[in-house]
Design a protein around this ligand. Structure first.
Ligand SMILES: [Zn+2]
Length: 366
């Protein structure tokens, strides 16, 4: 039986917490991560019904997309329904874990699942995050370069898109003069050394810096390691908000809206009028995605599917793109299936369920 912490660690290798937006509060909301996990329920929201479901099934972990505590909490007053539910969860020894914008910001997360349901192909991030990676440059005796490279790869450096173990190596001469009190790996105290070294360069995700530097110090033979960490301004297509892809076959706007309505079982779709005749390139953003309308237009998308749009937002594409609001819950509903599926694959004998409750607070009066 894995511990709650082991489940969380796995989820955070899939969607690192460092990728959450600055306003977010993803992570362990309450509970003890050291206890064995008796089972997990995945849900979009932390509701009374979902908590009851966990209690009845004797599962001690609830994984939600929307964090139940979003802003600072100053009082634990049970007249507030969320506080009351959290206290009840704590009384039943149930941990609550939120995986929110960090799951929005990975291509295999909320938007990847949405794209899969729509049937999009060639899917990429719509608005890549900036500042996610840095470059490490270090200088190592040439005959120790491979051992150090392997340790750095194992710590998470050198991955770009679908490629692992990416590096650049140049051979040259490093110089140093060991001072009194040093214990040089090469050369002698008081004599300048000219050592055959390799300049080794590789990129790494910023949030892994601690692991990478520890691996560097543990596997580099010198007692004092020379290295540079350089900021990078380029973006990487696998991390960021929204997604853009293509339908395998063109659809008319009406056919596409029909397809969305059926796929997301939405009561109603609000949309603009557009001059687009055929829909092929589609941008999407699960949840509130009005901030990405321009990104969708810049990719020349024929349609942009999201939720929580306001009146004025529908004017923004000026008829150049179909803009469809399919509902917040509807757009993200498959996130619970995704969480249950990735956990089942990693921990095949572990009890993980998608909650039986539809937590959508919005109803449609037709
Ligand atoms: Zn949401």
């Amino acid at each position: 039986m894995p511990t709650i912490g082991e489940i969380i660690n796995f989820l955070e290798t899939t969607a690192p917490l460092a990728l959450q937006e600055s306003y977010d509060n993803a992570g362990l909301v309450c509970g003890d991560k050291h206890q064995p996990c008796t089972g997990a329920i995945a849900s979009l929201d932390f509701t009374k019904e979902v908590l009851e479901e966990a209690i009845q099934k004797k599962f001690n972990l609830i994984i939600v997309h929307h964090p139940p505590i979003f802003k600072g909490l100053k009082k634990l007053d049970t007249t507030d329904p969320i506080t009351s539910q959290l206290i009840k969860a704590i009384q039943h020894n149930i941990a609550v874990y939120a995986i929110h914008t960090n799951l929005d910001n990975v291509i295999g997360g909320v938007n990847g699942e949405m794209a899969k349901r729509i049937g999009l192909i060639n899917v990429q991030v719509l608005s890549p995050l900036q500042g996610t990676h840095q470059k490490l440059v270090t200088f190592v005796p040439t005959d120790h370069e491979e051992k150090l490279s392997n340790a750095l790869y194992a710590a998470g450096a050198g991955s770009i898109g679908n490629y692992k173990e990416c590096s650049f190596k140049t051979e040259g001469i490093g110089t140093f003069l060991p001072l009194e009190g040093s214990n040089p790996f090469l050369g002698k105290v008081g004599e300048r050394e000219n050592a055959k070294e390799t300049r080794l360069e590789m990129i790494f995700p910023v949030h892994l810096q601690g692991h990478i530097i520890a691996a560097l110090h543990n596997h580099h033979p010198y007692e004092t390691v020379a290295y540079d960490i350089l900021p990078l301004n380029n973006t990487f297509r696998e991390w960021g908000a929204g997604a853009v892809g293509e339908l395998p076959h063109e659809m008319s706007p009406n056919e596409f809206l029909q397809h969305l309505k059926k796929t997301f079982e939405t009561g109603i779709i609000r949309h603009n009028l557009c001059q687009v005749k055929k829909i092929k390139k589609v941008s999407i953003c699960g949840g509130a995605g009005k901030s990405l309308i321009n990104n969708a237009l810049m990719t020349n998308s024929d349609a942009y599917v999201t939720s929580d749009l306001g009146y004025h937002d529908f004017f923004q594409p000026a008829g150049k793109m179909l803009l469809a609001d399919i509902g917040h819950f509807e757009s993200e509903q498959f996130t619970s299936d995704l969480l249950a599926a990735i956990l089942k694959e990693k921990f095949p004998t572990f009890a993980v369920l998608k909650s039986a409750h539809k937590t959508n607070p919005v109803n449609y009066f037709l």
